[in-house]
Ligand binder design. Structure first.
Ligand code: CP3
Length: 365
């Protein structure tokens, strides 16, 4: 039988040895033994890197997400510099929302701002379904990246319905999510219609990325932690489940992440994740107790720790690796994104330390 040496999966369906589907990241996501604990950082491509700031100085955020040459270069920058175990596609959670026809912008220092917030049934109608052609630049960038990355896996991502809805309803970032919750409690039917549309859009967006060759996907429900478990189960879980369970046959691991989700970790796993992202508030061994033994965990260094002297960082990395041993698979990451003021040298040192402390001889499994 001929072995396909280009794709992530050999023709017999087994991961090509040494290819992205056999990488430490994907092995850990699948709870298989891995030569070391894989490490990558949310927002690893971004303002902490001078080479990123240079590119972005003359190009607005959304435009940079729509230019495959820039997406490719920015995505590769942290891989070259830090030797992380995965690349994450440079994009933003609002990219498919803009492709669906919603007028929005990403304002530097603020985040996504929506020109006309979505608050009525007529507003919901304005979010039209997307097709591959609406996001062809993402398809093109992923295909280019998969070639450039070789054996390093590329993580695709999307925003989860709740977090997307919160930007659309508020019109921008919010601390309390008051308008979002007012709509959710006040008009559950409209809420479910909005989230249903966003779930369809998200599923299409992730499928485009998977068909183009990403090795894993992460669903960001960054702001779900603002809800009680009961409300999360009633208003959010069905929609996130529609996305994640819609990818069950896609053949790539699914990571599900949120911030402040200590009370939601079990439910977020139930939504259909292979890996649950944990922020710094919950130790990974405690998190594993809540998530259960059949899922891997990802996390959970406080991004602010990287602003402290190295001995503090080192002690925290050691603690997290120890607590991560309680889980059947551990992907080292921060508990949320890299802060722009982070010294990139700290990130490079964390990668080297995670690799050194976790490297296992093959015979140890
Ligand atoms: O390296 C990576 O992790 C990939 C790139 C990435 C971006 N946004 C690029 C970006 C990813 C995964 C996202 C997802 C995203 N976007 C989320 C979920 C993750 C999270 O942080 O919780 C959310 C909530 C957004 C919405 C958003 N977009 C915010 C809150 C901001 C920050 C605003 C600011 O200027 O501080 C953005 C803009 C954004 N997205 C930047 C980057 C690199 C900064 C833009 C710039 O460089 O000016």
């Amino acid at each position: 039988m001929t072995t396909d040496t280009t794709g992530p999966v050999a023709r017999d369906g087994e991961p090509r040895p040494g290819g992205p589907a056999d990488s430490p990241l994907i092995r850990a996501c699948r709870r298989r033994p891995s030569p070391h604990t894989p490490v990558w950082f949310m927002r690893q491509a971004g303002r902490s890197l001078p080479e990123y700031r240079e590119i972005r100085a003359s190009v607005p955020m959304l435009e940079s997400c729509r230019r495959p040459d820039l997406v490719t270069e920015i995505t590769l920058q942290p891989v070259r510099r830090h030797k992380v175990d995965a690349a994450i596609l440079f994009s933003d959670i609002v990219v498919p929302v803009a492709a669906a026809g919603v007028d929005l912008d990403i304002v530097p220092g603020t985040g996504p701002v929506v020109a006309e917030p979505i608050r009525t049934a007529a507003d919901v109608e304005r979010i039209r379904p997307i097709t591959r052609d609406d996001v062809s630049y993402v398809d093109e960038a992923v295909r280019q990246l998969v070639i450039e990355l070789g054996d390093t896996p590329l993580i695709g991502f999307a925003g989860a319905p709740f977090t997307l809805a919160s930007y659309l309803v508020e019109g921008g970032p919010s601390r309390t999510h008051a308008k979002t919750k007012a709509l959710m409690y006040g008009d559950p039917e409209l809420w479910h219609a909005l989230c249903g549309r966003l779930a369809d859009m998200t599923l299409t967006f992730l499928r485009v990325q998977i068909e183009a060759g990403v090795s894993a996907v992460q669903l960001f429900d960054s702001w779900a932690g603002t809800l009680s478990e009961a409300d999360y189960r009633r208003f959010v879980l069905p929609h996130s489940t529609a996305v994640l369970s819609g990818l069950v046959d896609a053949g790539v691991p699914r990571i599900h992440f949120g911030v402040g989700t200590a009370e939601l970790l079990g439910a977020m796993g139930e939504a259909g994740a292979d890996v649950v992202g944990v922020d710094w508030r919950t130790p990974l061994d405690v998190a594993t107790g809540r998530i259960g033994p059949d899922k891997a965990v990802q996390g959970n260094l406080d991004p602010c720790v990287l602003l402290a002297p190295w001995p503090v960082v080192e002690a925290e990395v050691r603690r997290i690796l120890e607590q991560g041993k309680a889980a059947p698979g551990h992907v080292f990451n921060l508990g949320h994104g890299v802060l722009p003021e982070t010294d990139p040298e700290m990130l490079t040192r964390v990668v080297a330390l995670v690799h050194e402390l976790s490297s296992r001889r093959a015979d140890q499994g």
